[in-house]
Structure formats: C-alpha cells, structure tokens
Design a protein around this ligand. Structure first.
Ligand SMILES: Cc1cc2nc3c(=O)[nH]c(=O)nc-3n(C[C@H](O)[C@H](O)[C@H](O)COP(=O)(O)OP(=O)(O)OC[C@H]3O[C@@H](n4cnc5c(N)ncnc54)[C@H](O)[C@@H]3O)c2cc1C
Length: 451
C-alpha cells in the first residue's frame, strides 16, 4: 500500500506524522537513532537512574502549533503555563530583577510591568519603554540587520542589554546578538508580547521530553495503521525526473512511498541528496548557506535545595539560565537540588573540557546563590550539542527553504526551514504541520482531478 514516508523522528517529523495519521493517511516514520526525539529527547542518567533531558526546554503561550500537536496526542496537560508573563534574573550581589506582566491587555501588560520593574534603573526602564513603542509600530526591519545593529540604533544601554535583551534573545534565537537576525527577533517579540495575555507566558514542561511527546506520538501513528522504525538510518534519497522515488537505507534496503517528508536537520539532508541537487544553482543550494550554533547543558545534583525559583536567568554570566528540576518536575524532597544549567550560542564553552565546565558552573552558581556555596555537589553531567540549531544570521534567513520543493511529492520539515520562526519546538512543529497540509491538499486535488 502506498504511504507517506517521514525521515526523522523529532518534533517536525512526528508532528507531520500525527497530523497526517489523524486524517487517515498511512505514515511510515524512519529514525536513525534507537530513540525518538532528535534534539529534544530524554535519557536515563546512569548514576542517579533519573531521567534527564538533553537540554531543559521551555515553551511559550505563543507556541500555538505546539499546543495543537500536544492536544492531539493528549499531553497538553503536562505543560503548566504561568498565569502571566514573569521573568526573574539574578544579580551577582544577591539582588533580583523581577519583571511581571500586569493583567491589562497586551502590550500594556508588559509596558506597565516594565514601568514597575524591580531591579531596572529608571533610565533603563525609559529606554525599554521607548524600544517597546518601536516594536509596536514596526512590522519588519531591514533583512541584513543584526540584533546588535538594531539595539545600537535604539540606543539601548549595556545595563539594559544584560538585563533584558540578551537573556531573551540568546535563548529565543540560540545565537549571539552580533550574529543574529534582528528581523527574526522582532517577529518573536511581536508574536510573544502583542498577541493574547497567555502568549507571553512561559510554559513549563512538567515531565521529561520523552513522556511529553515521543511515545504518545508514536502510539498515535501506530494506532492508525502507521509504522515507526528506529535504528533505521536513511543513506540517500532517490529522485526520478520531478518526483521522489525511494529512500535507500544504510542497510541497503529501499523503501518507496507516494510522497516523502524530510524531517532531518539541514546538515543531515545535505548528505542524503544527490550532490548535483545541492550544487550552486541546484534546487537545494540553500543547504550550503546554513551554519550551526551550539548549546551546552550542565546538569548538577546538589545534596540540598539551592534555588528559590523554578527557573532563573543569570545576569552577565556564561551560564544563562538555571532550571530547578526538583521544582519543575515536582520530585520528592529527597531529590531536591537537581539543576539544569543552559547556555545558548555557546561558542565560548563548546570546546572546553567536562571538568572545566562543571567547575565553571559551580563557581558561577556560587557567585549568584549563597546556598550553592554551602551545598555539596554529588553528581554532574555535561551534554554538548555542537549542532544544536541552525545559526539564524541575516544571511541564513534569506536562504531558509520553503516546505514545498521543486519535487511535487517531496517536502521539507524541520526547525531550519522557512517558518518565520527561530529554531524552536514551535518552528519544528509549524513546519511539520505545513508539510501535512501540503500533502493533504495535493491528495484532495488529485482525487478531484477530472479524468
Ligand atoms: C539543548 C537544547 C535546548 C533547547 N531548548 C529549547 C527550548 O527551550 N525551547 C524550544 O522551543 N526549543 C529549544 N530547542 C530547539 C528544539 O529542540 C529544536 O528546534 C527541535 O527539537 C528541532 O526539531 P526537528 O524535528 O526540526 O529536528 P530534530 O529534533 O533534529 O529531528 C531530526 C531527526 O532526524 C533524525 N535523522 C537525522 N538523519 C537521519 C537519517 N539519515 N535517517 C533517519 N533519521 C535521521 C535525527 O536522529 C532526529 O531524530 C533546544 C535545542 C537544544 C539542542
């Protein structure tokens, strides 16, 4: 029986598969690893026996496609949203900057929050309010502009960059301000702060990523007649004329389908395509113009609770955000003190040794939280993601390809494809849903085509 082949079992591939399966399409997912989840997965830590995620992931209320996906597979209740936007950043001297949105309609919820923000000087508040007015007025920025250029143009002082712009932008874009596309960040800000009140709330995932989506998505697809193969790496894709023909697997076998969705990262797709399609002026030339940006996650287990927030940003530190896993996942008291530290755009950390990075994290946390200095570190684990996301430079934004390709039955999903969003879960799911829509549309057109 003809079906739709999906190559890659991350958020993009599984959301495409679920959307298609929900409409009666037979789906086959092939995933190269022995687990699903791609760059958002859970593993068991060998020493503690606890589940950990490769990197602590957070959602936003503005992630509407993600909410749709999780609702379809029945796990939306595993995400807990803040009642309203609240962001807390720690100062090294023990001070806190706390920015809380009010209950006024957006964007006034944030503007009133900024006006009354603890920990921001009056001068910084004025600068931020002025920038806020510009965000409300401007729908787009020049395509070549970096975030740093934009902040310079808005005359944003360094103290405010450290307390607002950098914590938000580096985690939203996984890229440093002097490299990141200003236009993309403007879009994120507008979607997050100009939509509904809930759009700007952080969504806390209360379980491991494996429990949030991979197994449920797999069950959903299989329960509707689909198949999910693990340990099934694709080796190459075969095309004939303007059509996709087959996936050749690394074990030598081949699988045909009436259409296919590539849901692998851009660097993986490059290896699957015939070289002539990626060459200059070839249909997938874009793949040669995309780079990658790294992330580093440091998991630390202390012998006691050390944080008084579920998650908190560190001002002017190489460790950008710290999540208290014991609080997020509501573990019992005996497991208190488990932290996940994350650094995005981690160019300065990615080549450093494990010992060096664990020591750095412990020293940095000690600088911000006195409890850490009293606590004993009982275990640590480092996860480096060198190819964490595509690098969202202004150049990359010009090259990101559409989900529709010149091949009528071959589609592209993935957080790196053109979605108007950065490389996030929402970007990945949006791309997966778009591929599903395109496939369903092409099928309905074919079935109505007069003979
Ligand atoms: C540490 C870290 C923290 C992050 N934090 C956040 C966050 O807080 N919020 C947020 O929204 N986003 C976050 N992200 C980004 C988010 O994880 C990604 O945007 C998203 O997971 C990408 O999904 P994807 O399906 O596009 O790609 P992937 O997850 O990479 O999925 C692609 C899949 O294809 C498979 N594959 C590759 N080659 C082949 C082949 N030849 N044959 C078969 N299968 C193949 C891979 O094994 C993989 O499973 C984070 C990312 C990282 C790394």
């Amino acid at each position: 029986m003809k079906n739709t082949m999906i190559i890659g079992g991350g958020f993009a591939g599984l959301s495409a598969g679920v959307a298609l399966a929900s409409q009666g399409v037979k789906v086959t997912v092939i995933e190269q690893r022995r687990i699903l989840g791609g760059r958002a997965y859970s593993i068991e830590d060998g020493t503690t026996g606890e589940l950990i995620d490769n990197g602590q992931h957070a959602l936003l209320g503005a992630f509407h496609e993600t909410q749709k996906f999780l609702t379809t597979i029945g796990t939306e209740n595993l995400v807990r949203y803040q009642d309203r936007f609240r962001m807390v950043l720690a100062e090294p001297d023990g001070g806190r900057m706390i920015l809380t949105g009010s209950s006024l309609p957006p964007p006034f919820h944030l503007l009133t929050g900024v006006a009354g923000c603890r920990g921001l000087s009056v001068r910084d508040r004025m600068h931020l309010l002025r920038a806020g007015a510009s965000i409300v007025m401007k729908r787009s920025l020049p395509e070549t502009m970096t975030l740093k250029d934009w902040l310079d143009r808005l005359h944003q002082p360094e103290s405010l960059r450290q307390r607002w712009w950098y914590p938000l932008s580096v985690s939203a874009l996984n890229e440093l301000p002097h490299r990141a596309s200003a236009n993309l960040f403007l879009r994120v800000l507008r979607q997050t702060f100009l939509g509904s009140l809930r759009d700007s709330s952080f969504g806390i995932i209360t379980v491991g990523l494996g429990d949030l989506y991979t197994e449920q998505a797999r069950h959903f697809i299989e329960a509707r007649g689909g198949e999910v193969y693990l340990n099934a790496p694709a080796d190459r894709l075969a095309f004939s004329g303007r059509r996709f023909e087959a996936v050749v697997l690394r074990n030598g076998g081949a699988m045909t389908a009436d259409c296919a969705v590539s849901a692998v990262p851009h660097h993986a797709l490059r290896k699957l395509l015939p070289p002539e399609l990626v060459q200059k002026t070839g249909p997938f030339e874009a793949l040669d113009h995309l780079g990658d940006s790294p992330m580093v996650s440091i998991h630390l287990w202390f012998d006691r609770p050390v944080l008084d927030e579920e998650f908190i940003g560190l001002i002017d530190s190489p460790i950008q955000w710290v999540f208290d896993k014991s609080r997020l996942w509501k573990k019992d008291e005996t497991q208190a003190g488990a932290l996940a530290c994350i650094t995005s755009g981690a160019y300065d950390l990615i080549d450093r040794s494990k010992e060096d990075l664990i020591a750095l994290a412990q020293k940095e946390l000690g600088r911000f939280f006195p409890e850490v200095r009293k606590a004993k570190l009982i275990h640590s684990r480092l996860i480096k993601e060198r190819l964490a996301t595509y690098s969202c430079t202004p150049e990359a934004e010009r090259w990101r390809p559409d989900q529709k390709t010149p091949y009528e039955n071959f589609f592209l999903a993935g957080d790196w494809t053109r979605t108007g969003l950065p490389a996030t879960i929402e970007g990945a799911v949006t791309s997966g849903h778009r591929c599903a829509e395109l496939i369903l549309k092409s099928r309905s057109e074919r079935s109505f085509r007069p003979t």
